[in-house]
Design a protein around this ligand. Sequence first.
Ligand code: ADE
Ligand code: ZN
Length: 330
Amino acid sequence: MIEFIKSLPKAELHLHIEGSLEPELMFELAKRNNVEIPFSSVEEVKKAYNFHNLQSFLDIYFQGANVLIHEQDFYDLTMAYLLKCKEDNVVHTEIFFDPQTHTDRGISFDTVINGIHRALKDGEKDLGISSKIIMCFLRHLSEEEAFKTLEMSLAHKDKIIGVGLDSSEVGHPPSKFERVFKKALEEGFLTVAHAGEEGPAEYIWEALDLLGVTRVDHGVRSLEDEKLVKRLKEEQIPLTVCPLSNIKLCVFDKLSDHNLKSLLDNGLMAMINSDDPSYFGGYLGENFIQCQKELDLGKDDLKKLAINSFKSSFLEEAEKDKWINKINNL
Ligand code: ADE
Ligand code: ZN
């Protein structure tokens, strides 16, 4: 099965580039940039990766990002992730970045986006991996801050396909960002949002109705609302599910309790993603391998998940069809 999983071309649609910062690179960048980190070894960092909810993770995730200073750091971070994609046969990736995590520390928007974008271009040329960039607003910050970030992004519209919403979900409903998302849509961005990870099904309704999202990130709590399931099924709205993340952040107790298979059985457009792989114990391949084992997924389930990843992507229809045909012929 591991070989079969490897052989499947896959698209990743839910990946925070800051969440792919491996402890080894964190140390290297800390040294290179003279930044102090509150850990003395890679082992100590890994030990700190024990989370009891989303917030306990975010506190460490924002701290880790402090070592990213120069354009080259963002390049190195992104290139390291692309090399993992190559190992896992991820042929297309749509990555999130959180500009406010950096601009709030005095790093310019241009430094961040230019480093990420240059690595993605090299990844396309040298590794054959296609990609898109999605800019996320941090939802624990204000609407005004999000508007300022949107303003900064306009000079880079050619590099950014859409906007998203991440960070602390509960208490920061999508409705808080209705006006910013309206402006983003008017500017031609696609929209997505984290909803129904820790927050209630109501937040998924808001993401759909107020933010006009094309995809829902996570959305695992949708099964709590029958009417919502009907809507998601009828409109085949993708749910970018992140199984290992959900276990690490205690959304489910253990992987065998995860509702990924139920989402598929309910006719929903779900697929597998890694979210913040350095923090959650595995990249996309590892998410597939562990789900296959714990949820007893067969080859047809795995093919469906890979096909869903391309169907739900922002690729051109012809590109989607090319990959879907390849999977169907396996
Ligand atoms: N930022 C990075 N990972 C996240 C997640 N899983 N949920 C919300 N915000 C995030
Ligand atoms: Zn996420």
